[in-house]
Ligand binder design. Structure first.
Ligand SMILES: CC(=O)N[C@H]1[C@@H](OP(=O)(O)OP(=O)(O)OC[C@H]2O[C@@H](n3ccc(=O)[nH]c3=O)[C@H](O)[C@@H]2O)O[C@H](CO)[C@@H](O)[C@@H]1O
Ligand SMILES: C=C(OP(=O)(O)O)C(=O)O
Length: 434
């Protein structure tokens, strides 16, 4: 497990290009299994979870051809199904959350799918019921072997049907869509998640010959087709990275231009940071964040305290709640942060309190941040990154702090942020990988 040694207090300056979106990449890469024809993907982020998924695809027989930085051609002509029963598959697939989305395409194309209990962040309960209920509605049978935590789905004679998603689950919706596109008949998915990741997936599948309507809404209609063909797809910039860079700029009083953000796809993300008082300018498709000594958290119309909370899209993504929380530390004013979806994502605030932040953790879902308005700086400490977004929140805190900080367990950060030390050091940060 690696660590970062951070010398805080440096002001950053310059341009940064966001990586391709992690959570989109995990869906799109699973979708290559749906066709025997080549699929070319561009803007693939070079991050641990994505590289593990590519390795998994290769191990099951998918041919890959590197076309350039971030561009790979995948051909799933010969998939070795016996691999899915191997110990190696169980071990590798259990290391990331995204591997669960191999089930939908396997079920759709081969009539059976296998997956271990997936990995990913330990941020509270992350049930998979919505995935399996969806497959069952299509006519698949489901069993779970609790001895080796392995899921089996089988469905030779599936038919399109009406599916009400038990939860507005991102990966669950992706899974059910990927099974349904090649299942005969009409499938209606109501209460579907509709994050840009899913919109991108649906657009790609439609280019492959799928018939999905309602893209971008919570009601999808899918006319099953016999088979899909190859296509070309380019990943959106990672909206979570973009939000992280906005927060980083504000906390460290830095002047940063975030390039090529695809601003219309960011939903309310910029607005939420603006509510913390952070100024930004949209310059074409770039977001320019000026160096700001002070930023003042808005109050509600009646003068009461602002709440920032997560919700399924088009609400505010839970993956940026930790970043908003850390950014509020040096603001003027008070904000209540409410992480509604996950019950174990706010415990990292203890470390921020050790650094000098004024935060009250009200309960596992809510924390009040009383901004210190740069009356003093945080102080560097040694800490461990509990999950990917808390990890980056701690990195932002460390970059803004006086003195040196060490962040352990940075594998968590590398799961989702490409060469974050190198890219931030290029803007003037001092982060050493130890
Ligand atoms: C690989 C991937 O794409 N990971 C993302 C995906 O995970 P993932 O798809 O695994 O998460 P889900 O969308 O299934 O939801 C996560 C949890 O939130 C709760 N829940 C969900 C929806 C809802 O309306 N109410 C509710 O309480 C459920 O307990 C659920 O277990 O979506 C999450 C929610 O945006 C993100 O944090 C993850 O980064
Ligand atoms: C929770 C996240 O990832 P995963 O679902 O891969 O654990 C995340 O990206 O913030």
């Amino acid at each position: 497990m690696g660590s970062f040694k951070i010398t805080g207090g440096k002001k950053l300056k310059g341009e940064i290009i966001p990586q391709g979106a992690k959570n989109e990449a995990l869906q799109i890469l699973c979708a290559v299994l749906l066709t025997k024809e080549p699929v070319t993907i561009h803007n693939i982020p070079d991050i641990r979870d994505v590289n593990k998924l590519i390795d998994l695809l290769e191990s099951m027989g998918v041919k890959t051809r590197k076309l350039g930085p971030g561009s790979v051609e995948f051909t799933a002509a010969d998939v070795d199904f016996s691999y899915f029963e191997s110990e190696q598959y169980k071990d590798k697939a259990a290391q990331l959350r995204g591997s669960v989305m191999l089930l939908g395409p396997m079920l759709g194309r081969f009539g059976k799918g296998r997956a271990p209990k997936p990995g990913g962040d330990k941020i509270g309960r992350r049930p998979l019921d919505a995935h399996f209920v969806g497959f069952q509605k299509l006519g698949a049978t489901f069993s779970y072997d609790s001895d080796d935590a392995f899921y089996h789905v089988d469905g030779d004679k599936m038919r399109g049907s009406y599916i009400w998603m038990e939860e507005i689950s991102v990966t669950g919706t992706a899974n059910v869509i990927m099974a349904a596109v090649v299942t005969p008949g009409t499938t209606t998915i109501y209460n579907a998640a509709c994050e840009p990741y899913l919109q991108q997936l649906c657009k790609m599948l439609n280019r492959m010959g799928a018939k999905i309507t309602g893209v971008g809404s919570n009601l999808l209609t899918i006319e099953g087709v016999h088979e899909l063909s190859g296509c070309e797809h380019t990943m959106l910039p990672d909206m979570i990275e973009i939000g992280s860079f906005i927060g980083l700029a504000a906390m460290t009083e830095s002047e940063i231009t975030i390039k090529n953000c695809r601003i219309p796809e960011l939903g309310i993300i910029p607005d939420v940071f603006k509510k913390l008082g952070i100024q930004m300018e949209f310059r074409g498709d770039d977001i320019y964040v000026p160096a700001q000594k002070h930023y003042q958290i808005n109050r509600l119309i009646d003068g009461s305290i602002l709440t920032v909370y997560d919700a399924p899209w088009p609400g505010f993504t839970p993956d940026l709640i930790s970043i908003v929380l850390v950014t509020a530390i040096q603001a003027k004013g008070t904000v209540l942060i409410h992480q509604k979806m996950f019950e174990s994502r706010l415990f990292f605030t203890d470390k921020l309190i050790d650094m000098g932040a004024q935060i009250i953790l009200c309960d596992p879902h809510r924390a009040t941040v009383i901004g210190i308005n740069r009356e003093y700086n945080l102080r560097g400490i040694r800490m461990t990154s509990p999950d990917i977004r808390a990890g980056v929140a701690l990195l932002i805190a460390a970059l803004s702090a006086d003195g040196t900080s060490i962040i352990d367990n940075i594998d968590q950060i590398d799961r989702g942020y490409q060469n974050i030390d190198g890219r931030l050091n290029a803007l003037g940060a001092e982060i050493v990988r130890i």
